[in-house]
Ligand binder design. Structure first.
Ligand code: PHE
Length: 346
């Protein structure tokens, strides 16, 4: 009999029902169990069944519907469990890695310089960037008409906006101003390192900028000699650029040191053989230095007959260029992430 066969074939289909998604399952439910579904259609046919068969076929039909419903429910539970698993929040999981910023190359190098000098007893001192003439020039033995004070080099701060009047407030052009502040407030022995930003009125190009960074050092005690200065700088150069590094001191002039010198290191790019970086000389200049002029000690209230000292000053950009071969100074202040990211692992 047709109905019996239909029930049996649908039963086989229902028992074997599979779905890959909740949508597929819903389609199956509609196919078999909805008002227009195949099982519902069999119930309609059942009305025409002969009375003696009603009992048996009725049982079979009810069984078929139950099987279909329980299979649909079973599959639905499986999908819901999978969905719940996917949505479960595991609060013990480590978070996705957060992209951290990179250290600025100038900070990396400044800290390396600070570390090297910390190992021979230098502590870091800081001072204001907006300074007065006295601390930047006056106490450092600059004659009143010294060209460094000229508007060409120094940024003076107008006391009244838009009105140019002679003023002694300025942006410091070197961090020697921190040294004058330390010398006037402390008694020797003094052993300080003064890192910081300085300003000079220069046109911005690949090789010059209107601000840059310095680290200056000062050591004052009894019997400090030029040999001490040379030893400290040789130690620094070897630590910074490698044990094979050599140094060379050339006579120079600074108002606040006497004698004064400029220091070269053997070119760390060609190892002293001569290359385009050192213009074939095998040497590159990295800092200015000298013995603190007795006039400076006296101006800061230190007895120059008892004490002597040395000072040095270097540009952090220059040292960074030598270490990382950065060709254009402007890269240091543009903060282009393509440049900064290159220091990720440093
Ligand atoms: N202050 C000097 C400059 O800015 C550097 C320097 C410091 C030189 C200490 C000698 C001694 O150029």
């Amino acid at each position: 009999m047709a109905l019996r066969d239909n029930i049996q074939s649908l039963l086989a289909q229902v028992q074997d029902m599979k779905a890959n998604s909740a949508d597929e399952l819903e389609a199956l439910r509609i196919k078999y169990l909805s008002k227009k579904g195949e099982i519902t259609a069999l119930f309609n046919e059942f009305r025409n069944v002969a009375p003696e068969e009603k009992r048996e076929l009725g049982q079979m039909l009810n069984q078929l519907r139950q099987q279909a419903e329980s299979r649909v429910n079973e599959l639905r539970e499986q999908f819901e469990a999978k969905k719940a698993e996917a949505e479960r929040l595991d609060l013990t999981r480590t978070p996705d890695p957060i992209a951290l910023g990179t250290r600025h190359p100038l900070s990396l190098v400044r800290e390396e310089i600070e570390d090297i000098f910390a190992r021979i007893g230098f502590t870091v001192e800081q001072g204001p960037e907006v300074e007065d003439d006295k601390h930047v020039y006056g106490m450092l033995n600059f004659a009143p008409e010294h060209p460094a004070r000229d508007m060409q080099d120094t940024f003076f701060i107008e006391k009244e906006i838009g009105v140019q009047k002679p003023t002694d407030v300025l942006l410091r052009s070197h961090t020697s101003s921190v040294q004058t502040r330390v010398m006037t407030t402390r008694k020797p022995p003094i052993r300080v390192l003064c890192p910081g930003r300085v300003y000079r009125n220069e046109a911005i190009s690949a090789r010059a900028h209107c601000f840059f960074h310095q680290v200056e050092g000062l050591y004052i005690d009894k019997n400090v000699s030029f040999a001490d200065l040379r030893e400290a700088l040789l130690y620094f150069s070897k630590e910074m650029f490698g044990a094979e590094t050599q140094i060379r001191l050339r006579p120079s002039y600074f108002p606040f040191t006497e004698p004064s010198a400029e220091m070269d290191i053997s070119c760390n790019i060609c190892g002293g053989k001569g290359c385009s970086f050192c213009k074939g000389t095998g040497w590159v200049e990295i800092l200015g230095c000298g013995m603190v002029d007795p006039n400076v000690l006296e101006a800061c209230g230190i007895d120059s007959k008892v004490y002597s000292g040395f000072a040095f000053g270097m540009g952090v950009e220059r040292i960074t260029n030598l270490k990382y071969r950065v060709k254009d100074l402007r890269l240091f202040s543009e903060n282009d992430v393509r440049f900064l990211r290159q220091f990720e692992s440093c």
